[in-house]
Design a protein around this ligand. Structure first.
Ligand code: NDP
Ligand code: 2IT
Length: 450
């Protein structure tokens, strides 16, 4: 049998290689396709990036770890989950990226997230490599004590592969302040070190101000920049948001703050439609419902007498759609519905919420669309600022961090325009992919064939 290797630098050959080497990792394949569709034509025009081995190295994680996570449930039964950490690329700095606890987690999902993270982190301009991890554990129906035992067991193994200077995890779906606290506590206990090994920590023990808000706020700062290119601003626009977790809550908060009207939010069971708009008080209810009670969005509809349907939130009249839940929530079907309803802008709070077909439909219909690696980079950017504060034993004010976040999002927007502008149109996908690629590729070339 012949060696499996890249035949040439065409999109077809690259995708064939990825498929052959990673059968069944469909989300990873999709993420590579999305990046390479725009990066391959760029490489064709730039000889430097045709260097042998560069693309193969970019598509192969430096290291993938899978491990057993045994824990004891409330009935005294011993349970076993699978843990993952994919350290994708360290060309720009220590691996950086969140941990996801959700039953759908598998190696392909973590690889797609770590691959995307590499480009996202590059776009932030901070010295961060790309990684991601997690487990197929579902924290949703567990007691606090069960979650704590699980997190302790997870960290007992993960600690072998991470440190403040090599790999710094954070939260993602199913991993919020509670889980981060338990994992940080266990790392500290096992290593006897109080270091910034994980970000998204509570403010009492080394967390950064604005980290909780940063992904959602950053998304809105970016959307405002997008709308300034010919559509005014976010002020007065109608917004639909999917999800009601961390990213969705703070996207909603900043949208309200900037004068928009948010009419829809959701969870994995269904969505609410509130034609009067979600105001600050109603949002506080959602935060309490989701973060403290760990309840369902349906309860919002009961409390505020609004509509609830067991469907996605995309079939509503809105100017701006912000998918902030999970991958592939907007397929061709939802994209067509959004276009029919005259959406102006779709910006991703989640990672890869739009399928490849959905993106094409949006772009071809003149909707301004921007990918998560640009629009949701505010979360990891403030994580990077948390690392800096921890390393210097400092704690910056809310305004200081927020101002830096605004600057970072504006800078990312500029980079997207620089590499994505074609006459009057800005292709944000192209701009984000190429700008993210250049920095990583330059660093990889400089560091040799490693
Ligand atoms: P949370 O766990 O706080 O919230 C997730 C939300 O999405 C919940 O409302 C959840 O509903 C919903 N959801 C999860 N899976 C699905 C699904 N398959 N279909 C429909 N709804 C679903 O996570 P985050 O808010 O942190 O993350 C949301 C997205 O943002 C993810 O794609 C994540 O990767 C991305 N992201 C997060 C960052 C962060 O800093 N937290 C940074 C950048 C990106 P339910 O309660 O029913 O499960
Ligand atoms: O997808 C993401 O960028 C995150 N979940 C945040 C990663 C981080 O290290 O803050």
């Amino acid at each position: 049998m012949e060696d499996i290797r890249l035949k040439d630098l065409t999109l077809d050959s690259i995708l064939e290689l990825v498929k052959t080497k990673n059968p069944e990792q469909k989300e990873f394949y999709q993420a590579v396709q999305e990046v390479m569709e725009t990066v391959v034509p760029f490489i064709k025009d730039h000889k430097k990036y045709q260097q042998s081995g560069l693309i193969e190295r970019l598509l192969e994680p430096e290291r993938s770890v899978m491990f057993r996570v045994p824990w004891e449930d409330k009935d005294g039964t011993y349970r076993v989950n699978r843990g993952f950490r994919v350290q994708f690329n360290s060309a720009l700095g220590p691996y950086k990226g969140g941990l996801r606890f959700h039953p759908s987690v598998n190696l392909g999902i973590i690889k797609f997230l770590a691959f995307e993270q590499t480009f996202k982190n590059s776009l932030t301009g901070l010295p961060l490599g790309g990684g991601k991890g997690g487990s197929d554990f579902n924290p949703r129906d567990k007691t606090d004590a069960e979650v704590m035992r699980f997190c302790q067991s997870f960290m007992s193994e993960l600690r072998r592969y991470i440190s403040k200077d090599t790999d710094v995890p954070a939260g993602d779906i199913g991993v919020g302040e509670r889980e981060i606290g338990y994992m940080f506590g266990q790392y500290k206990r096992l290593t006897a070190e109080f270091t910034g090994v994980i970000t998204g920590k509570g403010l009492a023990y080394g967390g950064s101000k604005v980290r909780t808000q940063s992904t959602g706020y950053g998304l809105l700062y970016f959307v405002n920049e997008m709308l300034k290119e010919g559509h005014g601003s976010i002020d007065g626009k109608t917004v639909a948001i999917s999800g009601s977790g961390n990213v969705a809550q703070f996207a909603c908060e900043k949208a309200i703050d900037l004068g928009a009207q948010v009419v829809a939010m959701s969870d994995s069971n269904g969505s609410i439609y509130d034609k009067d708009g979600i105001d600050e008080e109603k949002l506080n209810y959602i935060k309490h419902l989701k973060n403290m009670k760990r309840g369902r969005i349906k309860e919002y509809a009961e409390k505020y007498n609004s509509e609830y349907k067991e469907v996605t939130p995309w079939n509503v009249d809105c100017d701006v759609a912000l998918p902030c839940a999970a991958e592939n929530e907007i397929t061709a079907k939802e994209a067509k519905t959004l276009v029919k309803n005259k959406v102006i802008c779709v910006a991703e709070g989640a990672n890869m919420p739009c399928t490849v077909d959905a993106i094409k439909i949006l772009q071809e219909s003149g909707v301004i669309y921007a990918p998560g690696k640009a629009t949701n980079a505010g979360g990891v950017a403030v994580s990077g600022l948390e690392m800096t504060q921890n390393a210097n034993r400092l704690s910056w004010s809310f305004d200081t961090v927020d101002e830096r976040l605004v600057k970072i999002m504006k800078r990312i927007h500029k980079k997207c325009v620089k590499y994505g502008k074609n006459r009057d149109q800005i292709n944000y996908l192209k701009g984000a992919n190429i700008a993210g690629f250049i920095k990583v590729a330059d660093a990889m070339i400089a560091q040799g064939n490693v």
